[in-house]
Design a protein around this ligand. Sequence first.
Ligand code: FRU
Length: 464
Amino acid sequence: GIYNEKFRPQIHFSPPSKWMNDPNGLVYLDGEYHLFYQYNPNGNTWGPMHWGHAISKDLVYWQHLPIALYPDEHGMIFSGSAVYDENNTSGLGTAENPPLVAIFTYHDSEAKKSGEEDVQSQGIAFSTRGRSWTKFSQNPVLSNSGRPDFRDPKVIWVNNKWVMSIAVKDKIQFFSSPNLINWTFESDFNPEWANYEGVWKCPDLFPLTLPSGEEKWILLVSVISGGPQKGSATQYFIGDFDGKTFTTDLSQIRWLDYGADNYAGVTWSNIPDADGRRIFIGWMSNWYYAQKTPTSPWRSAMTLPRELKLIGTDKKFALKSSPIDELNKLRKTSQYKYGSVISLEEPLVELELVPELNDFSISFSNIKGEIVTLNKSGDDLSFDRSNSGKVDFQNGFGAVHHVALEGLDIYQVQIFLDNSSQEIFINGGQVTLTNLLFPNESYDKVTLQGFKDKFTLHYLSSIW
Ligand code: FRU
């Protein structure tokens, strides 16, 4: 299809039409990256949730596929994950054709209406190549037992068993299973000093190796509100996991992204060892205003896919999210530019800049006088979208965002500009700022201050 409506992302995944939120069921198999997503096929706001589906060979170009999971008698299909059950531990495939298994939350809104607490439980479904899915006949596999919120199971294979991380209101719980069907409670994680302003959601637990070779475990936890720019955001913890309990030593709140629009992100499972990357994608929106953004006939997009790397354990900015190398395919033309005011001939761009001074700023503006600015002044990094275009669909969308750099030295700035977003990667992703923008005309002018005179400008091609 030609997805070229006003504000339609051209270098980001978005559904053909209707409402999308969280990425779900991220799994790689036989040359295909699967992306499922929270989807309401009936409208342009949140509603009865399904799993929409798309596949890609490279995480850049996407092919839309039919809806994978529909609500059933247990409820709507909320967020969750998918794994390749290579040893057929579930018995839901065969030794020759091991199954993909999706693990998701059932949300029973009818129960909620009748005042019951018991509204969320976990179900599974299986498939051979991810094209058509069969729900397990004895769903749910993990019932609620009085937990107030009980959702977004993310499953990995650790020490010869399956481990599920799941969000339970204000904590993460870990369960284990030999077969994805029978689950045993292992432990809770809810350190006192973490951010609890919003309900905890969408956990993801995985190991990463430090440059020293030491292995650490990362736990991502999204919060619906209370993020660094007020609304939804994702915090992360660095620690150790022994197959039962996650422990973390440093009491430091850390955010995966300091923009307003990177939430509910998780990573792909079953990436081949020869690749070895930990690849992440987030929902590029914020519950604060997600249902009001001025787009139609679709609503919401995913972030660019990022590779997560751990560069230390003691600093606030310890986890890097770098744009994946495959995104270089989008570069149509690349040129060196000189000067401090340049005009853009096309709307889809990637810029690579090197700061020269300690303080710097970069603005994108258009003929209507709409402008968006990244500014560094001492230890304060700010992002101002107050006059960036359409901002009044929600009070506060136009707020100025701040990041306290805590002495971080900035040596590189990379920016991806799409029709309705800007992603800024600082020092290869040590600090990232992912933000939606709705300019009434494309930004066609860049104004620089405090950067080296020579920088790189790439014009990008559309993925559609
Ligand atoms: C997060 C979330 C999840 C839930 C899904 C419902 O954005 O609230 O916790 O599974 O969205 O669509």
